[in-house]
Write a protein of this length. Structure first.
Length: 301
């Protein structure tokens, strides 16, 4: 089986190396020469354009940031779709509006291709270990075609429907929770610091208590270490919570907590933090309250 992975960022690199490790002939493509060189060093093939990567591919995973990038790499100049052989399967792994997932699926199917609406979750560590969760929806034929690849990169594959849309809808719900949990985790740590508690102590107690969440446990260490290098950037949740709110508007559904979290990510972006780790939303609370954030030098102080 030949696999092409378009997008070799934190998630895409892990996916591509997991595919390679499982013996699949894997080609990567990315705008970053550094990322392409890293994948080549790991033993993978590298293509200059999405179209080049798609040649003779049985399965193509699009692991980019958003709808616009998905559209560009599939159907733009040197796009992959026109170069794929008939019957190949495309996995759309970006977080996109469900309506777009349905639309791109229809267009690809008209070209003789299969499409799996396949947003992913688990972070860079699980991507690298082949233990992602895939929120999938698509035809049985698309699942069958993609199965060797899915087995290589995912621990759990949720089959949510026989057509595109439910997968992206489920990812939207997940991102609602993830974004809210990050924003409230940073609010909680900031309140603790403002009230005189040691941030490391707050982390130790909360992770052993009912108020804990996966995002609290995963993101607060970034703050304690003063490490805002982007594992997942503020801009991601500006986009993803924006998708949540647009869907709520269209459905006439109130989303007050999501809207409040979105405002905090927007505030972080307005402070110039859009490309920093999403935990940098704590800097909004720091700016408003005058607290001093951990410097990462002495977490036990």
């Amino acid at each position: 089986m030949k696999v092409a992975v378009i997008g070799l960022g934190a998630m895409g690199m892990g996916i591509a190396t997991s595919s390679l490790r499982c013996g699949l002939d894997t080609v990567g493509c990315d705008v970053s020469e550094t990322q392409c060189a890293a994948f080549a060093k790991a033993g993978g093939g590298v293509a200059a354009t999405p179209a080049d990567a798609a040649l003779d591919a049985d399965c193509l995973a699009v692991v980019v940031v958003n709808q616009d990038q998905t559209e560009a790499v599939l159907l733009g100049d040197n796009g992959a779709a026109s170069a794929l052989p008939k019957g190949a399967v495309v996995l759309g792994c970006a977080t996109v509006p469900p309506a777009y997932a349905r639309d791109v699926s229809a267009r690809l199917e008209a070209m003789g291709l299969l499409y799996l609406d396949a947003p992913i979750s688990g972070g860079a560590i699980k991507a690298a270990s082949g233990q992602l969760s895939v929120m999938g929806s698509g035809t049985p034929e698309a699942y069958a075609r993609a199965r060797p690849f899915l087995d290589a990169v995912a621990e759990k594959v949720f089959e949510l429907g026989a057509e595109a849309g439910p997968g992206s809808t489920m990812k939207m719900v997940n991102q609602l929770l993830a974004g809210v949990h990050i924003a409230t985790a940073m609010e909680a740590i900031a309140l603790g610091i403002k009230s005189g508690l040691n941030a490391e102590t707050v982390f130790e107690v909360i992770t052993a208590s009912a108020g804990n969440s996966w995002m609290f446990e995963n993101r607060v260490p970034h703050v304690l270490d003063n490490d805002y290098a982007p594992k997942s950037a503020v801009d991601i949740f500006v986009k993803d919570l924006g998708i949540v709110l647009e869907t709520g508007k269209r459905e006439g559904f109130p989303l007050p907590v999501s809207a409040a979290a979105h405002q905090q990510f927007l505030a972080a972006k307005a402070m110039g933090l859009g490309r920093e780790d999403d935990s940098a939303v704590i800097k909004v609370f720091a700016a408003l309250s005058g607290i001093e954030l951990p410097d990462g030098k002495d977490k036990d102080a």
